[in-house]
Every structure is written in C-alpha cells, then in structure tokens.
Design a protein around this ligand. Structure first.
Ligand SMILES: Cc1cc2nc3c(=O)[nH]c(=O)nc-3n(C[C@H](O)[C@H](O)[C@H](O)COP(=O)(O)OP(=O)(O)OC[C@H]3O[C@@H](n4cnc5c(N)ncnc54)[C@H](O)[C@@H]3O)c2cc1C
Length: 439
C-alpha cells in the first residue's frame, strides 16, 4: 500500500500529542488528525473575563508527578500556589478537614479481602450491608466524585490497584494547578512535535488490513466538504472511550472489517463516567472578608446536595459532582448556575443569598457529556476488566493501536498524566513492532 504517512494518530489530546512527540524523537514520520478546531481534547483552558486567572473547563489538576512529565513541567515555576488546608461543612458550619488523606488506605483495607473475586463496589457494600457505616458512605461518595464511577459497575480489583498505587504516587493528595492553566502542557507538547496536525478532521471509516490503514474523514463544520482519505502503515487511536463505543454519532468510528470479537469485548469493559464542574468567578476573595482562612477543598457531606465538592483556585470556586447523578444537574443556563451558587454557597458560608449573588462575577461550564468528541468526562473499569485495561495498547494485527487515559493502569488511570504516559507507552509499543526499539 502506498502511504501518505508512516503513522497516523487520531486525536490531539494529551495522549495523541505525547505519542507524536515520542515517535518523532525516534525518527518516525507522524501525522495527527483532530476532529475539533483546537488541540487539547478534554483539556480546555479559557481566560476569565477581564481577569488574569485562567479557567480550566475540563481537566484542572495535575495529579502527581511521574518523572516523564518533568520534561514539560517545572513544579517550581509552573505550579500555582495553593492552600494546604481543607474545609468540611459539619454541624451547620465550616471546620478544618483531613480531606482525602485516608481514602486510599481505607479502600485498600476494605476491598483487599475481595481480591480473589472481582465485584462491583456496590455489591461489596451489599454483601454485609455495610452501607450504614459513615466510613463506607464517605468512600462511596469519593468513588463517585473522584472516579466519576457508577458504584454498581466499578471493579473492586481495579479500584484496589488504583488506590494502592495512589499511596505510592500521591496522585490525589499531590494535586496541583498550572498557573497558566493545563493548556500550557498542551502547548509545550505541541512545540516539541514539528509535524502537522490537521484540525476539523473527524475520522469516520477505518479500512484496515495487515498492510496498513486508509481512514476517511468529514469536516464536522462542513460535512459536505470532501476530504481525501489518509493512508498509513500504522494507526494510533486515542479518541475517548465514550466516542469509541458510540454508534452513529458525529465522532463514531467504523472499522472495516469490524474489529475482532476479542477486541470489542476488551473495549466493553470500560465505561465513560459522568462529571459536571461549574467554575464560579468572584470579584474578590469574599470568604476572607467573613473570617475564613485560605482553603483548598471544601467538602459538603450534606445528603442530597448537588455539589458535594468544591475547590478554590484564585478567586474562582469550582463546584464538582462526579458519578451518575452528574447527568441530572441542569446548569447550561447562567440563571440556573447562579441559583445553584446562591443556594449552596449561602448555606455553606452562612450568608444571605444576596451576598453571594452580588459577589459573583460570572460562571463557566462545559458539557462534556453532550460534547460529540468526548461523550462523557472520563472512563473507569468495570467488573472483570482488569486484564482488558492491562492489554489496552496491545496492537490489533500489528496495525491498530489503542491509547488514551484509560490505557494507564494504577494511580494515573483516567487522568491527564495517564493520557500522557499512555502516549509514551503506545509509541514504545509501536517502535518495537517496527523493529527499531525505542531507548
Ligand atoms: C470535567 C473534567 C474534569 C477533569 N479533571 C481532571 C483533572 O483535574 N486532572 C486530570 O488529570 N484529569 C482530569 N480529567 C480527565 C482528563 O481530562 C483526561 O483524562 C485527559 O485529558 C484525556 O486525554 P486523552 O488524550 O486520552 O483524551 P482527549 O483529551 O479526549 O483527546 C482525544 C481527542 O480525540 C479527538 N477525537 C474524538 N473523536 C474523534 C474523531 N472521530 N476523529 C478525530 N479526532 C477525534 C477529541 O476531539 C480529542 O481531542 C477531567 C476530565 C473532565 C471532562
């Protein structure tokens, strides 16, 4: 097959870009295609209106520092200073909280007894009717909040692996913001890759054989525009799991011939989780005026609140809800978002609603669930899926390679770091298939 490029990468998020940088370092000819009109995928930094602060509408935190990331990020220069203390709303007031500290240890201890038999976290709770314990209930909140997972589906085995590794990597506790926003990481990756990125190139049909691939595209903004198919010897697919599993959506991929049954089965072990984040920009640090010291996270364990987790980044308060309930929150309209802030923050800070309303400059949200090129926030591994995750990047017929945030087992699963490392990993796999080992 005559090819246009040696290696084609679908998706210019953290994973696709990190794969492109790694492959280029090893002298490979790479081309990246991206369905959106921008790079970065689920990293989306915007400038707040009339302010110097950056708002991250997608990923916000750098969770832990794998050594490979230090080539792109200098913690001393790039990290935004942040408070160490966290608050919890208890007995109708805010008090200091020990936060996430013990979650990894507790999960580790809790589910280690079930390791020979994988099950969902909810089943583990039901087995001994453990749902009445405060500790278990707080862990259930954490699994939904941090892992964006459905308790009825997430694998205890994989959860155990993630949390054991979390203790080593400190991926939850050592969470940092970039001063310039996470887009800075994307820009730095881009600057290390000299090849082309074709924007508005939405992959549709992938014709593949042992000899290579031919991929057809549409321009999502001008579907009638004819785009020439691209042929390559190898293909790396980094689209999110939600897109990969979708059918008849703008970003859905069609494989011709269909993927082998074993690969479709592997993909069925992953599920895109839901999460919603609203960023509320305030005119000033209003909490300081009411005697509340600097804080990082604010936890609200009150039953049935819409947003159980908040965090502060400069003058922005971010409201977070992960897990299945996230999909039911209506906040696409500014008025709905203001109502939420007025209700929730007035209660948490024990102030009249009007006080919150007057201090609020504006709010931002991005709906990742209806976004055609993510179809959800981030993925988790379902019961029985441990091996499927470990083998995520195993090539299909030495031609198709899957990569992305879910492809990194352990602490960095479904994070920017996971996406970045998966890009490096798939590049190494591909180099080894091409018989020129990466060193
Ligand atoms: C609201 C939210 C908050 C988050 N918070 C954090 C956080 O604080 N810290 C953290 O580490 N992680 C966080 N994450 C997860 C993090 O954003 C992802 O793990 C990471 O960005 C995934 O990178 P990726 O390259 O694997 O996928 P993506 O960034 O999704 O990149 C895949 C690319 O493929 C493109 N694409 C899709 N379909 C097609 C197609 N058919 N043709 C061509 N291109 C296509 C997409 O447009 C996209 O650019 C968050 C995610 C969300 C949504």
């Amino acid at each position: 097959m005559n090819t246009d490029t040696d290696i084609l990468i679908i998706g210019a998020g953290a994973c696709g870009l990190s794969a492109a940088v790694s492959l280029e370092k090893h002298g490979k000819k790479v081309l990246v295609v991206e369905a959106r009109d921008r790079i970065g995928g689920r990293i989306l930094t915007i400038k707040g209106s009339g302010r110097d602060e950056k708002i991250d509408l997608g990923a916000d935190f750098v969770h832990g520092l794998p050594p490979a990331l230090l080539e792109f990020i200098n913690p001393q220069i790039d990290f935004l200073e942040r408070a160490d203390s966290n608050l919890i709303f208890k007995d109708n007031k805010l008090e200091l909280s020990s936060s996430f500290d013990n979650n990894s240890t507790i999960i580790d201890q809790l589910v280690s007894e079930t390791l020979d038999k994988d099950m969902s976290f909810q089943k583990w709770v039901n087995l001994k009717d453990r749902g009445h314990s405060d500790q278990v209930r707080s862990i259930m909140d954490y699994i939904q909040g941090y892992h964006a997972a459905d308790l009825d589906e997430i694998s205890t085995k994989v959860l155990h692996d993630i949390e054991t590794d979390n203790r080593k990597e400190q991926a939850v506790e050592d969470s940092f913001f970039l001063k310039a926003g996470l887009n800075e990481l994307i820009s730095r990756l881009r600057s290390k890759y000299s090849g082309d990125i074709l924007l508005n190139y939405c992959a549709k049909t992938i014709h593949w054989s042992k000899e290579g691939v031919s991929v057809s595209f549409i321009n999502p903004h001008a579907p009638s525009l004819e785009l020439k198919p691209i042929r390559a010897k190898k293909l790396i697919i980094t689209v999110p799991i939600g897109v990969l599993q979708s059918v008849d959506k703008v970003g859905s991929l069609q494989f011709q011939p269909s993927l082998p049954g074993s690969i479709s089965k592997k993909l069925s072990f992953f599920k895109m989780g839901s999460a919603i984040k609203i960023s509320y920009a305030f005119y000033d640090y209003f909490w300081e005026k009411i005697g509340i010291d600097d804080f990082f996270f604010l936890f609200d364990p009150t039953p049935n609140v819409q947003f159980p987790i908040w965090w502060k980044k400069g003058r922005t308060l971010n409201a977070w809800r992960g897990g299945p309930l996230a999909s039911s929150i209506k906040c696409s309209q500014e008025k709905e978002r203001v109502d939420i802030a007025v209700r929730e923050l007035a209660r948490l800070f024990n102030k009249p609603g009007e006080f919150i309303r007057q201090g609020l400059e504006t709010s931002y949200v991005h709906d990742w669930e209806t976004d055609s090129f993510s179809l959800g926030a981030y993925a988790y591994v379902k019961v029985g899926g441990k091996q499927a995750q470990e083998q995520y990047s195993e090539p299909v017929d030495q031609v198709l390679f899957f990569a992305g945030d879910i492809g990194t087992p352990g602490a960095f699963c479904s994070t920017v770091n996971g996406a970045f490392l998966s890009g490096i990993h798939v590049a190494e796999k591909l180099c080894s298939v091409l018989c020129t080992p990466c060193s």
